[in-house]
Design a protein around this ligand. Structure first.
Ligand code: COA
Length: 226
């Protein structure tokens, strides 16, 4: 009983992933697009490549599933975007973050805390690929070999924190060190968990950032009916 009480009031996060390959037939994509809200249909249609449209449809279905897991009726929630493009679920106390990488889409919905998520195909990430997006302290960490995890993992953590914050890659980031187990951005300490999703022979690395230390995270790799 005491365990139930202590988890009932802790911040919770549903982290869902689904493969976004193989490519659906046009009729399947049309059906999946029709199943989402009109404003989201407009958003999805802005993406020209079919795989990007499909990934957006999958994300929107994951949003519904993740909200359901937290006890909210996902299909009745309105997904909107703030001035920075950060998605939110209007009229709820849920927070939301989405990420795509070739082969996988992830969605995190939280109750009682803010959330950011990033997923990447596991690969050997080269410093040069991301150097322009790194701050001075992050470059120093890479060059001195003082990283808490692999460079790719650190990158997912940085992206997850930035998406939790919601203002993207903006001014002021050049002094920040987000390659840290407990990164601080704009006075907020972020708490990071790292997740691995396997699909077929492919591995994906995912980072989840919350602005509380005690969130209960439930993660699941599933699929979307289409
Ligand atoms: C938010 C941001 C950080 C994510 O971009 P990304 O890594 O390219 O893409 P991801 O697939 O991980 O994330 C895409 C999702 O981010 C979400 N998103 C968009 N703007 C956001 C913001 N300001 N805050 C949080 N999330 C945001 C969207 O939900 C989007 O998914 P959707 O189109 O299905 O709704 C992006 O807006 C940004 O600022 N990109 C800059 C990237 C950059 O400068 N990279 C340099 C590399 S060298």
């Amino acid at each position: 009983m005491s365990h139930l009480l202590s988890t009932a009031y802790r911040p919770r996060v549903a982290l869902l992933a689904a493969p976004n390959m193989p490519l659906w037939a046009p009729s399947q994509l049309a059906r999946a697009t029709r199943a989402i809200s009109p404003s989201e249909q407009q958003y999805v249609m802005r993406f020209r490549p079919a795989d990007q449209k499909q990934a957006r449809c999958i994300a929107r279905h994951l949003v519904v599933q993740a909200a359901d897991m937290l006890g909210y009726p996902g299909k009745f929630l309105a997904l909107e975007r703030d001035a920075h493009g950060r998605p939110f679920l209007a009229g709820t106390d849920l927070d939301l973050s989405i990420s795509h990488t070739p082969g996988l889409t992830v969605c995190a919905i939280s109750l009682g805390c803010r959330v950011g998520v990033d997923v990447e195909l596991r690969r050997e990430l080269q410093f040069e690929e991301i150097a322009p997006a790194l701050s001075g302290p992050e470059k120093t960490r890479v060059q001195s070999g003082n990283l808490p995890w692999s460079l790719l993992s650190c990158w997912t953590v940085k992206e997850a924190v930035l998406k939790g914050d919601g203002r993207g890659f903006g001014p002021g980031l050049e002094a920040q060190d987000l390659f840290s187990p407990e990164p601080v951005l704009a006075g907020v300490r972020w708490h990071v968990s790292r997740h691995v999703f396997e699909h077929g022979a492919t591995t994906y690395l995912c980072a989840l950032a919350t602005d509380v230390s005690d969130a209960v995270v439930v993660s699941r790799l599933g699929s979307i009916p289409h």
